[in-house]
Ligand binder design. Structure first.
Ligand code: FE2
Ligand code: FE2
Length: 280
């Protein structure tokens, strides 16, 4: 089977020609399904962009949401609205509601967007501020310490969700593919070929998810976990354990691209990054 992976496509920043080129590259690849690891658009237009994408591709699209998908909106409103706006779609599937998607008899897909959870790096003192903390209703207008608490809670919620679905997936499959937005480890927070500066780490890693991934990988040495993430817009790879691999996808605003093709056979997933001159 051939699945495709794209991340941080930020469709609201692409002009029509660039968007059409992206859709055409996916159609040409003749794949079975597409995984998108977040930052698809921004809140108010999110459902519309997803509907355009599905009309252009007419293939299964499994996605998680990134921080930008909540911009000009609220987390609660998006979580409430998106399932209703996409209901009845034969192609679009938000990896929420405890979904465990069988890819074949040995490989399953689960996902959650997660958050930069302010556990790593100097969360209280970093000079780095994200637009998240202005543009997302729940995160706006707080003191630094209150904000760090909220981000810690969002990370814990993501970790709890993923712990539950990954455990469930491991019961029936040898290899679990985890789609998330924010890198779960410092070593996966790639930016321009290097690990992100410490000041970015509070916002570029979801350490709570990293902890549960390590635990589950250790408890299941005969199983494999492969993580796909994005958010930092820098390509990279990190082998956290022999059976726990993390691929971080690259992205450039305005130019949505296929990040990789996943060739899935039996329990093995071979990931082939696509040529992208803007990333190399
Ligand atoms: Fe992004
Ligand atoms: Fe992001």
């Amino acid at each position: 089977m051939k699945w495709l992976w794209a991340t941080d496509i930020h469709l609201n920043t692409a002009n029509e020609a660039e968007a059409l080129q992206f859709y055409e590259s996916i159609r040409q690849a003749d794949a079975d399904a597409l995984i998108i690891t977040g930052d698809i658009a921004t809140g108010p237009g999110l459902a519309r962009y997803l509907r355009v994408l599905e009309a252009a591709l007419r293939m299964k699209i499994y996605f998680v949401l990134g921080n930008h998908d909540y911009y000009y909106d609220s987390i609660a409103a998006i979580r409430n609205r998106i399932p209703k706006q996409l209901s009845g779609s034969p192609y679009l599937s938000w990896l929420a509601d405890s979904q465990v998607v069988p890819i074949n008899s040995e490989v399953t897909l689960v996902g959650h967007g997660a958050w930069g959870d302010a556990r790593l790096g100097p969360a209280l003192n970093t000079p780095v501020r994200l637009n998240d903390h202005v543009m997302i209703e729940e995160l706006a207008g707080h003191s630094r310490s209150k904000l760090v608490g909220l981000l810690n809670d969002l990370g814990a919620e993501a970790a709890e969700y993923l712990s539950k679905v990954i455990s469930k997936a491991l019961e029936t499959s040898r290899h679990v593919l985890v789609a998330t937005h924010v890198p779960p480890f410092r070593e996966a927070a790639w930016y321009q070929g290097e690990i992100s500066d410490d000041n970015w780490l509070p916002h570029f890693s979801c350490a709570a998810v990293g902890e549960i991934l390590l635990k589950l990988a250790q408890q299941n040495p005969d199983k494999e976990i492969t993580v796909l993430c994005g958010h930092t817009h820098g390509r990279g790879y990190y082998e956290a354990r022999e059976n726990l691999r993390v691929h971080t996808g690259g992205a450039v605003y305005r130019y949505p691209q296929i990040e990789a093709a996943l060739n899935i056979e039996g329990s093995s997933i071979a990931l082939n990054r696509q040529h992208n001159p803007r990333q190399e």
